[in-house]
Design a protein around this ligand. Sequence first.
Ligand code: AHR
Length: 632
Amino acid sequence: TISVDAERAGPRIDPAMYGLFFEDINRAADGGLYAELVQNRSFEYLPVDNRAYTGLTSWTAVSTAGGSGTVAAVNDDARMNERNRTYLKVTLTNADAGTYGVLNSGYNTGIPLEAGKSYDFSVWARTDAAGGTPLTITLRNQAGTTSYAPPVQLTVHGDTWRKYTGTFQATGTTDAARLAVEAAGSGTLRLDMVSLFPRDTFKGRPNGLRKDLAEKIAALRPGFLRFPGGCIVNTGSMYGYDAASGYQRARAYQWKDTIGPVEERATNANFWGYNQSYGLGYYEYLQFSEDIGAKPVPVVPALVTGCGQNRAVDDDALLQRHIQDALDLIEFANGPVTSTWGAERAAMGHPEPFGVDRIQVGNEENLPDAFMARFLRFRDAIKAKYPDITVISNSGPDDAGTTFDRAWELNRANGVEMVDEHYYNDPSWFLQNNKRYDSYDRSGAKVWLGEYASWDNKLANALAEGAYMTGLERNADVVTMASYAPLLANIDYVQWKPDMIWFDNDQSWGSANYEVQKLFMTNVGDEVVPSTATGAVRTAQPVTGAVGLSTWRTAARYDDVVVTSADGAQLFGDDFSNGADQWTPLAGRGAWSVVDGAYVQSDTTAENTMVAAGDEGWHDYDLSVKATKLSG
Ligand code: AHR
């Protein structure tokens, strides 16, 4: 029985309460939301951790009969830009009619094309060949036996950098094309920023976003968009130091690297272990927020390395620079066109302010005291210049309660306006913690649940999250913003799951969790109507003991593991994309499944045995599982 008290006023619900968290994780941006089809277009890729990226990653040399030459990714004085430093040097030694050049493999399976659609090609080039260097650009299969569009022909003239453009009209449909750029003649040809965009981007914007993904995001009608992360924001170790030039780049996300003409933007060997182009940068994030009617919420690094790195950067000059960057960011978003950074925004095509009214400093900081010391410096500076901007802090990761508790203590003691909480947990946790915010301090900081998800994309997870969201909404006077995380996953590069929207090169699909988010986002109420419910309540009752079922099998040490019951139904699995170290402590993570009404959790001992064996063949294992059966 549900009793509704229509006379008593409940909390108002902010129309922007339910929003989105976009992070470039799972290759969500390049090869995903950002519509660029050429991978490593400016030859900047650097190795990241143990991944051997180079300036020639995704490029191979190609030639026709009589064609010859050499290619190298070069960082020297002939470069086009200071921040985007490497280019492709092509030394041509073609005989007669031969051509020589490079082939780009695109992302994942290749370049997706649709017959009848237009694709805009561009390249920056220079040549020392006196009569110029003729280029033939084609869209073809790997072997060169199939063409997907009539070629584009250009001639490069002069030994200074110039932009050349052309348009392809696709005659074939594929998700695995290659882009070939081949040159005739001899001499030294230099290429940079080789680009191919579908003409048909979201809202037709140049340097735009992939339409199907952006439309799925827009269909949520999100109240806000948090960007660009997540751990990707945090200051990581310095990376990519080039002893010869003294040039170095930080893995932290710095917004000034991401604006202006794309060929002048830095790239970054990022926190998540791959290179990002920053073609989807701060201007594009702000524009996208506006296009989908979402309040933009930028996150800036606080010089404390959260996300498990536990390091505070003690460099006052650097901290001061980051604080100034945050002030400049607000000016870039909101300032008049007569201001320095407002003029930059206007030059990019948006003289009107974007209306940023809140900014987050730091993400999941593990060192609450070190973080708060830095946060207060940011807040003081921002409030002095922009008193109306809400400066959002965070509560650190919820590991064993300790960091979380200390962070909250400091947030409360310092009168912080809004605190960003994050947690990922089992669906049962979400069901059991619906009342989490019923007892939160009403006079203190507002809560932004900036990241949450239950560990899978199954219907049971989506329902658990939906149930939990009723608890958020009931406490809308405390929890003023909430965003599921992460938003996007490229199925060919999954490093974190679950995720809300999945995609490959030419298709995308929302999860069950997406549908729940959509239900809430597109039906935001005005205020909570106080109500109570009475009746039989289903409770979880632990059942212990072995459940005799299962074969489990592994295709490769770091590849898919699925556990199946005797009748062949998949119970749970993991693709090990995070490595074996992620598996052991994560019993239940990505591993929950509902089978005949029971939640089944993996036995970590058995998993360890399998991982330690490093087995790459198919084997049967006896599996014992613990089950918690829901009564009723
Ligand atoms: O959403 C994925 C990651 O989870 C985020 O980058 C980080 O903030 C959290 O730990």
